[in-house]
Design a protein around this ligand. Structure first.
Ligand code: ASP
Ligand code: MG
Length: 433
């Protein structure tokens, strides 16, 4: 991670207006009517006295279309040209929003990633931000009261001068990086939901919106299947201590009372959270696959022979369970991979059969991972044990388990996912508030 240059004005030399980053996702800028709605939200904050940097996504569906065109043009396309293509969605929305803001009498201009610049490494299609220059924006806030409308998702690789993109969902990360770079009071993430919930409300209708959640918890939720924010954006927020507020863009700007508490979820340092519950949320993912290697030789070096080739093939192995050997010579080994990598993983293991030495390979893609998250688990024992009992009472079989300091996950049959999520949500009293 490189250096950020917030260039905070020294006291007495600037009017010291508080700064705000407002990020709007694809559904919030899906057409011109919605872009006008976004502009009214921006004007509301400008009128309240903020210097504002807006970060926008592409209109919903546009990035998917651009990605599809690249794949269609050539399955083996040049990643640098892929980035040149997929970065365009955000160029359109940044320009359109600036036009609409100007029409409302707000001084605004658009910025592409390469213009600021937002500098990244050279990992095209999933580049990491290395440095953001906020100096020019701050100068324009102070001298011109100019709103900056920034194309999310994109940056520039300095060594080659080429346009890069930050991976799907990357405009969240653009927004958090901008907030750090300009020393913003908060980074507001406007989306199609009004915050972060204890679990997916489509599965548990009485799931609750959390008022606050700690960075660590949000990081686990996002990594384990909740699709609210890009994982890297939460990581960056934690690292740079950016307060992130997830809120709805569908609330009418005129209905927001600037003096009342805003509705949404604040992602912040755990020290800001007074009433800490043991369990904060439940995440689940059906994009899991399980591979079991039967009767592997039980001897040193076997795990390396299995997981080495998988790592070389860039396949992420998650849960690993090795059974106790029954005959003293062989054992069963089970692990999970993302379902998108399932076929590839099988091929890798079959190729290495002679070095590993096993009898049979079994696999299943109809499995799901359900995870329980909460920093309160650090100081409470037995949280997982309660879950195992409750799941057993529901006749839900656990295929694998992993635990860490603030979460545990169970692998179960995919058809029982909703039932397991509801059982655990009720068990930890998450519907009660
Ligand atoms: N438009 C990009 C995507 O769909 C980036 C983003 O929306 O965050 O992945
Ligand atoms: Mg998104």
């Amino acid at each position: 991670m490189g250096m950020y240059s917030p260039l905070l004005p020294s006291p007495g030399t600037s009017n010291l207006m508080p700064r705000l980053v407002m990020k709007f996702g694809g559904t919030s800028v899906a057409d011109l009517d919605r872009i006008r709605n976004v502009a009214r939200h921006v004007k509301r904050e400008v009128d309240a006295g903020y210097d504002v940097a807006v970060v926008v996504s592409a209109m919903s569906g546009v990035t998917n279309q651009l990605v599809a065109w690249c794949k269609d043009a050539s399955a083996m396309h040049d990643a640098r040209e892929y980035d040149a293509v997929v970065a365009t969605g955000e160029q359109v929305t940044s320009g359109l929003l600036a036009i609409v803001l100007q029409g409302m009498g707000v001084n605004a201009r658009s910025w592409q990633g390469w213009q600021l610049p937002i500098l990244t490494d050279g990992a095209h299609a999933s580049a990491r931000i290395q440095d953001v220059n906020g100096a020019e924006l701050i100068k324009r806030f102070d001298e011109l009261k100019q709103v900056a409308v920034i194309a999310g998702f994109q940056g520039k690789h300095e060594a080659t001068g080429r346009i890069t993109t930050l991976g799907r969902g990357g405009s969240d990360t653009s927004a958090v990086a901008m907030a750090a770079a300009i020393g913003a009071e908060r980074c507001d993430i406007y989306t199609d939901v009004d915050g972060v919930y204890t679990t997916d409300p489509r599965v548990v209708p009485n799931a609750r919106r959390l008022n606050k959640i700690a960075y660590e918890e949000m990081l686990e939720l996002a990594s384990l299947g909740a699709k609210v924010m890009q994982v890297r954006s939460v990581e960056l927020g934690m690292l740079r201590n950016v307060r992130i507020f997830v809120r709805s863009s569908f609330v009418k700007p005129e209905d927001i009372d600037p003096k009342a508490n805003f509705i949404g979820t604040l992602i912040c340092d755990e020290s800001e959270i007074m009433e800490q519950q043991t369990v904060t949320g439940i995440a689940f993912s059906k994009d899991e696959a399980q591979i079991s290697i039967r009767r592997v030789q039980d001897k040193p070096g076997v795990a390396a022979a299995i997981f080495g080739p998988l790592a070389d093939a860039s396949i992420n192995v998650d849960m690993i369970v090795q059974n106790v050997t029954a005959d003293g010579a062989t054992t069963d080994l089970t692990f999970t991979v993302p379902s998108a990598d399932y076929e590839r993983a099988r091929v890798v293991i079959e190729k290495a059969k002679s070095t590993i030495g096993y009898e049979r390979l079994d696999g299943a893609t109809d499995v799901a991972k359900v995870s329980v998250i909460g920093i309160g688990m650090r100081s409470h024992a037995g949280v997982a044990a309660e879950a195992f009992k409750a799941l057993a009472e529901q006749k839900i079989n656990i295929l694998a388990i992993t635990t860490s300091e603030i979460k545990f996950s169970v692998l179960i049959n995919g058809s029982q996912t909703d039932q397991a999520v509801r059982t655990l949500h009720a068990l930890y009293g998450l519907d009660k508030g």
